[in-house]
Design a binder for this molecule. Structure first.
Ligand SMILES: Nc1ncnc2c1ncn2[C@@H]1O[C@H](COP(=O)(O)OP(=O)(O)OP(=O)(O)O)[C@@H](O)[C@H]1O
Length: 228
């Protein structure tokens, strides 16, 4: 039961946003260890702003998969995935491993690429991959960090539904707590424990996925049409 688990994020009446543009003025939110949370809302509603804030709150425990993947185009899948753990090793270890991969990392990254559906692409450079393959590589970078929390900002947007579910399964196996922004309502309803709907700079609903109706979700995406 996650109710009895430690709290991993707790925001109380928090203002979140940018210098001259607050996005949330009074946000309260608690996420417990072990929860699998989907964040939904229209484009521009503040999902990325919130996820980035959560990441900043405890970056050492979070494998973060932002919308702009920050992969290095000219480097290979292997190198881009390994880069996720650069901060876990010393400078010389990293340099040697990047020039001549240690067998331990090569084996583990290769196993991971199979799970990601990137078999045979280990040493292919990122700029030679499709958008979806690049996205899977970015997820691989997060998975390779083996951190307790995964935060993903639309990590499946370029993937087909089957791949998305498979990758989410891998993410759930690797990370205790999962917080993901997505636009796929079916996935939010079927694959997560809890759904947080964001609208007009506030949480419109925060409900167990089994209790969220598709009407509630539709409402989140409903735009008010202004007429003169
Ligand atoms: N660096 C920034 N400086 C100022 N305002 C920003 C900045 N980044 C985003 N915004 C604004 O903050 C609001 C929320 O943006 P955010 O990217 O969090 O939305 P989102 O829900 O993630 O959207 P999408 O689904 O399109 O990714 C938007 O109005 C956006 O214009």
């Amino acid at each position: 039961m996650t109710q009895d688990c430690p709290t991993v994020f707790k925001l109380s009446n928090q203002a979140i946003g940018f210098k001259n543009q607050p996005i949330f003025s009074n946000l309260s939110l608690m996420i417990k260890q072990g929860e699998k949370v989907a964040i939904v809302g229209t484009s521009g509603s503040g999902k990325s702003t919130l996820l980035n804030y959560l990441y900043q709150c405890r970056s050492v425990d979070v494998a973060y998969c932002p919308q702009k993947s920050m992969l290095v185009d000219t480097l290979s899948v292997y190198h881009n995935i390994y880069m996720g753990i650069l901060n876990q090793h010393g400078f010389f270890y990293n340099v040697i491993n990047l020039i001549r991969p240690f067998p331990e990392h090569k084996t583990r990254v290769e196993q991971l690429t199979r799970r990601l559906g990137l078999t045979g692409l280990l040493f292919k450079s990122i700029d030679k991959l499709s958008g979806g393959q690049q996205q899977r590589c970015a997820i691989g970078r997060a998975l390779y960090q083996r951190l307790p929390i995964f935060i993903g900002d639309e990590p499946f947007s370029g993937l087909d539904p089957k791949q998305s579910v498979e990758l989410l399964k891998a993410i759930k196996e690797q990370h205790q707590t999962v917080v993901v922004a997505l636009h796929n309502k079916e996935m939010a309803l079927n694959q997560f424990d809890r759904i947080i709907g964001i609208k007009d700079g506030a949480i419109a609903f925060d409900t167990p996925a089994t209790e969220v109706s598709s009407e509630q979700l539709e409402l989140i995406y409903h735009r008010i049409e202004h007429s003169e």
